[in-house]
Write a protein that binds this ligand. Structure first.
Ligand code: TMO
Length: 318
């Protein structure tokens, strides 16, 4: 009797063992390709740090990674045709059109959303509101009454709006300013880099003067307080590039990831982790702050972030 039970037990154990071996063999058989996973890098801090964070996660899985500088809008066509493997920080307001165009053309797929919601909008530092430099802000209509508060040496007597680099979303902001009838009171200047925006915000703060810049959240500026201007609400089709008159603000949007269609087949383990990756507003603000406040390199910032936040990223690999 006892030996019969032992026999059954032994059979069960060996069945379990061979099932375990089979599944290990299955993983080994479907291992990730040694070809590098190509991650695009853009020109704002969180995106570059997150590239190295995502790449660092892939490396922990044994994968090889290559970082490829890419234009913010051209990245989707590049990922569609395989010049990039993944795109990890897709901001709805500025990038959804390029992403969906590439999905429609074939070869790119939506790999899920981060936890963080996003905003990319013009705004003012908190002290502009607190010191009441332009009464009625953050409602956009208040701008009509105080262009002189935002005038600069190069703004021809109008208020100056410091937009980000034109590569981010083309003429969205100049089109909007014109559509709202603000163009005889304001001029839009494109910054050469994100750093030029931070330098201008820092000098305006030191002088206590009014300043309007493009900015976004999640960002390191969340901690200091940056107030986004409330423009007429966004709706699909309101922008000039989408056939509208352009008189709308930016949406409160999603933050997505996308990948080339071959990625799940060539790198199944990395793909599985990538599909689970989801960063919060705080995570992304920290990634930017390590560079823009602590002045670390993007690569060192990613290493520091990964070392300090295993609790966040380890579950993505499991
Ligand atoms: C493209 N950006 C997130 C900087 O607005």
């Amino acid at each position: 009797m006892g030996s019969a039970i032992n026999m059954i037990r032994k059979t069960l154990i060996s069945a379990t063992l061979s099932a375990a071996l089979a599944s290990t063999a299955g993983v080994a058989f479907g291992a990730d390709s040694s070809e590098p996973i190509k991650i695009g890098t853009h020109n704002w801090s969180s995106q570059v740090v997150m590239a190295y964070v995502v790449g660092g996660i892939f490396e922990k899985l044994g994968d090889t990674v290559e970082y490829v500088p890419a234009d913010t809008q051209a990245a989707y066509e590049a990922a569609r045709n395989g010049d990039l493997t993944v795109v990890h920080e897709i901001w709805q307001s500025s990038m959804q059109a390029s992403m969906y165009n590439a999905i429609d053309a074939g070869g790119l797929f939506d790999a899920g959303s981060h936890e963080a919601l996003t905003i990319e909008e013009l705004g003012v530092p908190q002290y502009v509101i607190d010191d009441n430099l332009c009464p009625g802000l953050p409602d956009w209509e208040a701008l009509k009454n105080c262009p002189e508060v935002f005038a600069t040496a190069d703004s021809e007597g109008k208020g100056r709006i410091l937009e980000g680099p034109q590569s981010w979303h083309g003429d969205l902001i100049p089109d909007r300013i014109t559509a709202l009838g603000l163009d005889d009171k304001y001029v839009v200047k494109f910054a050469g880099s994100a750093d030029a925006i931070w330098a201008e915000l820092a000098s305006a703060k030191k002088e206590g003067r009014g300043v309007i810049t493009f900015n976004w959240s999640p960002n390191f500026t969340d901690a200091d307080g940056f107030v986004f201007i409330k423009f007429p609400p966004y709706f699909d089709g309101c922008r000039k590039v989408d056939g509208g008159d352009g008189s709308c603000g930016s949406p409160l949007g999603w933050l997505k990831k996308a990948a080339n269609y071959k990625f799940p087949k060539t790198h199944p383990a990395a793909y599985k982790a990538f599909s689970k990756i989801s960063f919060s507003t705080a995570d992304i603000g920290q990634m930017a702050a390590l560079v823009d406040i602590d002045k670390m390199s993007h690569e060192d910032a990613a290493k520091a972030w990964l070392a300090a936040h295993e609790d966040v990223w380890m579950p993505f690999t499991q």
